[in-house]
Design a protein around this ligand. Sequence first.
Ligand code: CO8
Length: 258
Amino acid sequence: MAEFLKIEQRGAVCICTISAPKTLNALNSTILGELNDFLDTLDTHTTRCLILTGDGEKSFVAGADISEMAHLNEEEGFAFGQRGADVFRRIETLPIPVIAAVNGFALGGGCELAMACDIRLCSDNARFGQPEVGLGIIPGFSGTWRLARMVGMGMAKQLIFSGKPIRADEALRIGLVNAVYSQADLMNEAIALADSIAANAPLAVAAAKECINEEYDLPADEAIRYENELFGECFATEDQKNGMKAFLNKEKAVFEGK
Ligand code: CO8
């Protein structure tokens, strides 16, 4: 039983809430371990979309736990960074989409966690930032890499060098989040989006996620071939037969992920 994670299953949508209220949901190594264990047990056949959020109305995740990091030596710092980076990479490469519902502070490791998700929605009180250099470290859960890819080098450098947080509307403007909602609406909007994703053909959604992730760094011709391969593979699925048959019969398709 996880101490810091609350898991709620709503049909094909799973909601994982990080809950460490005393530290505004800051990530310690126990939470990273629990996230890893949760991903081990998550059934990505029955769950077709995952939502990650933070407990309370103030914070998504206020970073890595500074009280735990304060006493680390170089070797331990490397190991802690690697532990977080590995969990975040697992989230990024999960065969189902992951939505970050950012309900407040997403600072340091919290911003990095949100960036490892496929889609970011946030509440209007959200704050995003990479304040690490003010603590004598750099983003260590792959934030230098993901932020530059997400918002471009110039803006990533400004955010990381200054350490200054930005508000939800600025995060929306620079493309760090897809949409901003009131705190009251955020979860309902995240669930509605997750439900609409979960209603689609899961093998096709997984293939689309894999294509977008893998093709990003490939030369054009290789990327186009990559998509072509996975496009072809879709025609070996029952979902493709069912989806197209349902369209032609003017029915709603029900996908079994086969
Ligand atoms: N770690 C540990 N405790 C935290 C953290 C954190 N990241 N954030 C908040 N807390 C604790 C506070 O210490 C406080 O505890 P207490 O009640 O015992 O004093 C409690 O949460 C509530 O926080 P505040 O009283 O500060 O609440 P405010 O509303 O005044 O401020 C802030 C909220 C602005 C979020 C403020 O708490 C803050 O600045 N927090 C730190 C944010 C930060 O710097 N995050 C980045 C951390 S570094 C990081 O994430 C690196 C990731 C890569 C690691 C690689 C490892 C090698």
